[in-house]
Design a protein around this ligand. Structure first.
Ligand code: C2E
Ligand code: MG
Ligand code: MG
Ligand code: MG
Length: 285
């Protein structure tokens, strides 16, 4: 380590590593106050029914409006929030805000819109997740049936028995459960059968490859069949063009999200899209 190729490393430390550490510590300190200073904001990405082309719900995605750095992506702070335990208050804030918004939209329209919220495996480890969710539902007046919680396979891989208990309690509340980013981890049929998941979200990486290769199409078809055979609703994530949309329609995927349909939008814009529908879809169908 003392003799790196560049020769600018002093034994024991590397300036780039140190800069990374300082950045991380700064972000961590800032994140602690972000929650109390109203710096977090939710954007909402529509979920579209591929048969009717109608919006059936939204996924809430958190952003951080940092006073100096500008808009920070969740990819750059969720990991820090998880490592520090800040994910617990942050997760509660996200859930509360998303439910409030869903209730507000629900009252405006006739359709009972679904709201999907991402939960981290760490939220299962800190305290009683299902009790927290029940409290937020009561506080906001959100019907449990309209809430969907999205989680990755890590929830199914760690602390299995306790997490399974939590999942059953969430189901008992009436909440919908979605397996996010399916296909990226150790995805197996065994997990899907064992856990009470309602929705299978096909990871963007599979959708990305649609349009050229028949083998990629066969892979997505297999995942769709798997989901359907288990009685799950299928969702395709990350649709970026009309070709992908067409293939997924042909494969009879139930629901879709992606930049081609709509980017995640600030609440006011999402509300507008809800009233007006998505123009892209009108063209594509
Ligand atoms: P995710 O839950 O799988 O969310 C989908 C991500 O893909 C979002 O990124 C969304 O903006 C992006 N996306 C949607 N359509 C497209 C597309 O067509 N093309 C491409 N390239 N990307 C697309 P985002 O908002 O940056 O969030 C990244 C991840 O951060 C999320 O992945 C989720 O794992 C996590 N995250 C976001 N908000 C929360 C939150 O409130 N709580 C927790 N625990 N995690 C969150
Ligand atoms: Mg998600
Ligand atoms: Mg995902
Ligand atoms: Mg993800």
């Amino acid at each position: 380590r003392a003799k790196s190729a560049g020769g600018d490393c002093v034994a024991g430390y590397d300036p780039a590593m140190l800069a990374g550490l300082v950045e991380r510590l700064e972000l961590e300190a800032d994140l602690r106050v972000a929650l109390t200073r109203d710096e977090l904001v939710l954007h909402y990405q529509p979920t579209v029914d591929l048969r009717t082309s109608g919006i059936v719900g939204f996924e809430a995605l958190v952003r951080w409006q940092h006073p100096v750095r500008g808009m920070v992506s969740p990819l750059d702070f969720i990991g820090i929030a998880e490592a520090t335990g800040l994910i617990v208050p942050l997760g509660r804030w996200v859930l509360t805000e998303a439910c409030r918004q869903a209730v507000a939209w629900g009252a405006a329209g006739e359709r009972p819109l679904k709201m999907a919220v991402n939960v981290s495996v760490r939220q299962f480890e800190h305290g009683d997740l299902s009790a927290m969710v029940a409290e937020v539902l009561a506080e906001t007046g959100m019907p449990a049936e309209r809430l969907c919680l999205e989680m990755t396979e890590s929830v199914l891989l760690t602390d299995t028995d306790e997490n399974l208990t939590q999942l059953h309690r969430l189901k008992a509340l009436g909440v919908t459960l979605a397996m996010d980013d399916f296909g990226t981890g150790y995805s197996s049929l065994a997990y899907l059968r064992r856990y009470p998941m309602d929705i299978l979200k096909i990871d963007r990486s599979f959708v990305d490859r649609l349009g050229g290769d028949r083998e990629d199409e066969a892979l997505v078809r297999t995942i769709v069949r798997l989901g359907r055979s288990l009685g799950m609703t299928t969702v395709a994530e990350g649709i970026e063009d009309a070709v992908q949309l067409g293939v997924l329609r042909d494969l009879q995927v139930d629901l879709a999200q992606g930049f081609y349909l709509s980017r995640p939008l600030p609440a006011a814009e999402a509300g507008r899209v809800l009233d007006e529908g998505l123009t892209k879809l009108a063209l594509a169908s």
